[in-house]
Design a protein around this ligand. Structure first.
Ligand code: C5P
Length: 232
């Protein structure tokens, strides 16, 4: 899989997501399914969207004891998604167990991506709530390195961290970056944003774009613009 735009389908029902995808006549954008849709509709929503020919990033951010994560990943690998993820904070052992669970008997598996520190966690909450006293960017890079050492394929990170992640973990280690906005668009609740073109320049492998596409007057045109700016 090469550089691509992944649409964050943050809808709460099958009807809403299918109405949205119906607009993309003849096009098969890569879609991200998150907890809201998955918990509302169950695994069948993944199978139905996959059957329509879309690639799927199943964003469930697993975090539990290694054995539970391993068994859950084994169930998810049967859904034939293309990318799934977990929290790097669950430790290297948990990540290694996840990879084992995700790998099918024939050796194939979806890409496995780690979430480092959520962008909603800042230095203050990390220090006060989690008692982690190191600078947040050091923690993010340490977690990315742990994910690479455990054999994972990449991390979800801010576009501003993508270059450093590649420097630390290697060019082939994937960076999937949300927080993307058009230069003339609304930034909403995202704090640190980049345009698709900037995300391309700094080396993001995939951008995750939600509202700039899902809330656009013409979502297909917004998607095409994203692709043109990011992939060229
Ligand atoms: O609508 P918007 O483009 O802000 O959506 C971004 C998507 O990426 C959402 O699904 C959000 O949950 C996800 N995300 C994020 N920041 C992270 C991790 C995931 O915005 N650090």
């Amino acid at each position: 899989m090469g550089k691509d735009v992944i649409i964050a389908c943050d809808f709460s029902s099958k009807q809403e997501v299918m109405n949205f995808l119906d607009k993309f006549q003849g096009k098969k954008p890569f879609v991200k399914i998150g907890m809201e849709l998955f918990y509302a509709e169950g695994p069948s929503i993944v199978k139905e969207i996959k059957a329509r020919g879309h690639k799927i990033f199943l964003d469930l951010k697993l975090h539990d004891i290694p054995n539970t994560v391993k068994k859950s990943m084994s169930v998810l690998s049967n859904l034939d998604v293309d990318i799934t993820n977990l929290h790097a904070g669950g430790t290297k052992r948990m990540m290694e167990a996840a990879l084992e669970g995700l790998t099918r008997p024939d050796g194939t598996r979806p890409l496995l991506i780690a979430v480092t520190q959520l962008t909603s966690t800042d230095q203050e909450s990390m220090e006060n709530d989690l008692l982690i006293k190191e600078p947040i960017d050091k923690v993010v890079m340490h977690y990315a390195k742990n994910a690479a050492d455990a054999g994972l394929d990449g991390v979800v990170c801010s576009p501003l961290e993508a270059q450093k992640v590649h420097d630390t973990c290697g060019k082939k280690f994937l960076t999937i970056t949300p927080g993307v906005r058009f230069a003339d668009g609304d930034i909403g609740d995202q704090k640190r944003v980049m345009t698709p073109a900037e995300a391309n320049r700094i080396g993001s492998d995939y951008i995750v774009v939600g509202r700039p596409i899902t809330a656009a007057a013409d979502p297909v045109a917004a998607y095409e613009r994203c692709l043109a700016e990011f992939v060229g």
